[in-house]
Design a protein around this ligand. Structure first.
Ligand SMILES: *Cc1c(COP(=O)(O)O)cnc(C)c1O
Length: 242
């Protein structure tokens, strides 16, 4: 299959999963996880209908930005972000999906203040409580959301999660369900502006249909669009998922 055909196939699967549960396919944005891809591949993907790209390494993203690879597509940062690299990301991306600690949240706020910008963010939740992964615990999420709402240079748009790699169909559905409940709870009970809280980012190549069935508005898909990446080690850098 060509890249265009794979993009069309993933979009069709998203639409089918949405319709199964009575959702409109337009409610879901396919975010292409572009790590390890070349600027040329990213351009081809955008030409073939990708409207949002997710990057998880600052250095790669910076190189692609210098190349103007993303064109009119939205740019999301989805990887583990070190506080000393916040300056390369805040104000340059549409959404930081992976705010995974109070320390990082404060660093994003500080950089936003310095630049005079409001940065859209999601809080990354370690929904399965995996020791190897970053992310706040579901129990901490409401409090961190409350703190984010008080920060003038941060706009909380929702939550993101990276559950364990799904080996069986349906294996992660309960985690997605739990994320949806947490998202609704925070939207209703913590935020006073429910309209800003419109993003629930969950689902990857192995499980995005279940994520859509459980309410995802953003799915981050790499392998199903671009094929297998060169080496698993490349993915592990920054321990953003695994
Ligand atoms: C790589 C990556 C994805 C996509 O993973 P695939 O299994 O290749 O679809 C999604 N989210 C994050 C944070 C990633 O780093």
């Amino acid at each position: 299959m060509t890249l265009e055909e794979r993009i069309a196939a993933v979009k069709e699967r998203i639409a089918a999963a949405a319709r199964e549960v009575g959702r409109a396919p337009e409610e879901i944005t396919l975010v292409a996880a572009t790590k390890t891809q070349s600027s040329q591949t990213i351009r081809s993907a955008i030409a073939a209908g990708i409207t949002a790209c997710g990057e998880n390494r600052v250095q790669e993203m910076t190189a692609h930005l210098d190349d103007d690879a993303y064109g009119s597509a939205a740019l999301h940062f989805i990887g583990h972000l070190q506080t000393n690299k916040v300056k390369y990301v805040v104000g340059r991306v549409d959404l930081i999906e992976s705010v995974d600690s109070l320390r990082l949240l404060e660093a994003v706020e500080a950089q936003g203040a310095k630049l005079g910008v409001v940065q859209d963010i999601l809080l990354e939740v370690n929904v399965a409580g995996e020791a190897s992964k970053s992310g706040i615990s579901p129990l901490e999420a409401p409090e961190l959301a409350r703190l984010a709402l008080e920060m003038p240079h941060v706009r909380l748009r929702g939550l993101m999660a990276i559950p364990p790699v799904a080996h069986d169909a349906g294996a992660n559905r309960h985690f997605f369900h739990q994320m949806r409940e947490l998202f609704v709870d925070i939207r209703q009970n913590v935020t006073d502006n429910v309209y800003d809280m419109d993003c629930l980012s969950m689902g990857m190549s192995g499980d995005f249909e279940d994520a859509v069935r459980e309410g995802a508005t953003l799915v981050r898909v790499g392998t199903a669009l671009f094929g297998p990446r060169m080496s698993a080690a490349q993915d592990q850098e920054g321990k953003s998922w695994g």
